[in-house]
Design a protein around this ligand. Structure first.
Ligand code: C5P
Length: 225
């Protein structure tokens, strides 16, 4: 039996962390679809940078030459994303990528390219996949769906601390502004906008820490699967 769990939600709610822990506990594979959109964006920034933006036409034309894969990294215990055999993981969460990713994720050709890959990845094994449209578009028949959200201030605070710990030179205001912009673009795009699937469990972790949030998710998984 192959199972699929979809975890969608807003940026910086810890989706990927919970998806990763859940996959580990279940012995399944974790797929972070945000990493896939970020990898395409970084590829665009490297190869088709127009100064303040990325040449979208060139990104679309290059898709056929982009080979994405995840490879487990035992040192960091993460599934690192590779583009044409180069490890993109160390740079995909830089602010430069975060600033452009939602614009690249709006491009229909990019979405269909990645959605097809995501469906392929879920064909042969049980997965926990996190993103924005997993329960609504990629796997509308997923066995279990979650939608995670939290207030903008708490999300900005968490993301700011995370980036500061990685010694990024960034202010809280810059982080918050980036989250607000990304939320807006993600929620208002025409193709597969960020929204809660009707049958997704809603988890607001504004007042919950990591352990409490994960406990809540785990309880639902145990009772429903
Ligand atoms: O999850 P993460 O914050 O890394 O995602 C980065 C961006 O990629 C999101 O802000 C969104 O624009 C895009 N994305 C998407 N659909 C997904 C996953 C991510 O549009 N399934």
């Amino acid at each position: 039996m192959i199972y699929t769990i979809a975890i969608d939600g807003h940026s910086s709610t810890g989706k990927s962390t919970y998806a990763k822990s859940l996959a580990k506990d279940l012995g399944w594979t974790h797929i972070d679809t945000g990493a896939m959109y970020r990898a395409i964006t970084l590829y665009g920034l490297i190869n088709f940078n127009k100064g303040h933006s990325i040449n979208e036409k060139k990104v679309i034309a290059a898709l056929k030459n982009i080979h994405l894969k995840f490879i487990y990294n035992p040192i960091t215990d993460t599934n690192d994303i590779y583009v044409n055999d180069e490890n993109f993981e160390p740079k995909i969460r830089d602010l430069k990528v975060s600033e452009s990713v939602s614009t690249i994720a709006k491009i229909p050709e990019v979405r269909s390219f990645l959605v097809e890959k995501q469906r392929e990845l879920g064909k042969s094994e049980s997965i926990v996949m996190d993103g924005r449209d997993i329960g609504t578009v990629v796997f509308p028949n997923a066995d279990l769906k979650f939608f995670i959200t939290a207030s903008i201030d708490i999300r900005a605070q968490r993301r700011y601390l995370e980036l500061k710990n990685k010694s990024s030179i960034i202010t809280y205001e810059e982080v918050k502004e980036n989250l607000i912009k990304r939320d807006y673009i993600d929620e208002h795009r025409i193709l597969s906008p960020l929204k809660r699937a009707e049958d997704a469990y809603l988890i607001d972790n504004t007042f919950l820490d990591k352990e409490q949030t994960y406990h809540k998710i785990k309880q639902i998984v145990i009772s429903k699967l």
